[in-house]
Design a binder for this molecule. Structure first.
Ligand code: ZN
Length: 164
């Protein structure tokens, strides 16, 4: 197996990522958005973050505010809020990044590949024709063409406009 330089994974493994609360899906403070925490959106039910360890450019995480591990524990109101946000976030990614498709889903439990198993979250992963899917799957390696803070700046104004 080839060893490739994947510094973001290393940071993950060593636990050096900026993380001030116990759970990344519960960002510090009460701000609607916060670039430092890659927080794009927060209301009383749902939170949207840019993944600090993305599979590709624009990889978003949508989670309920409530710290619950499984989709079965979502209330009806939370289910609606989370799905509505997945829909809106997908539309914003389409508008700004023009992907050819998306992978949208969640991993429940460590066995299923959840990095953070105790707080339910959905991944929205934009996909482009000819992107690096097989490399990602087989070698846990990826190439990120745009810096994450630039992606944040592109998406943040539209998420702000959702806050009405
Ligand atoms: Zn949590």
């Amino acid at each position: 197996m080839k060893t490739l330089w994947t510094p973001w994974r290393m940071e993950h493994v060593l636990g050096k990522a900026p993380k001030t609360s116990g759970c990344i899906f519960e960002p510090d403070g009460h701000a609607f958005a916060d670039k430092k925490q890659l927080l794009l959106y927060r209301d009383t039910l749902v939170v949207v973050l840019l993944n600090r360890y993305p599979y590709c450019n624009g990889h978003l995480l949508v989670a309920p505010i409530r710290h619950i591990p499984c989709i079965t524990e979502l209330s009806q109101q939370e289910s609606a809020a989370v799905m509505e946000m997945i829909k809106k976030a997908t539309a914003l990614l389409s508008k700004h990044l023009a992907p050819d498709g998306f992978n949208i889903g969640c991993n429940i439990g460590m066995i299923a590949g959840a990095g953070i198993a105790d707080h339910l979250h959905f991944h929205i992963v934009p996909r482009w024709n000819g992107d690096h899917n097989f490399i990602t799957v087989l070698a846990d390696t990826r190439t990120i063409p745009e810096h994450i803070e630039i992606t944040f700046d592109r998406l943040a104004p539209d998420f702000l406009s959702l806050n009405k």
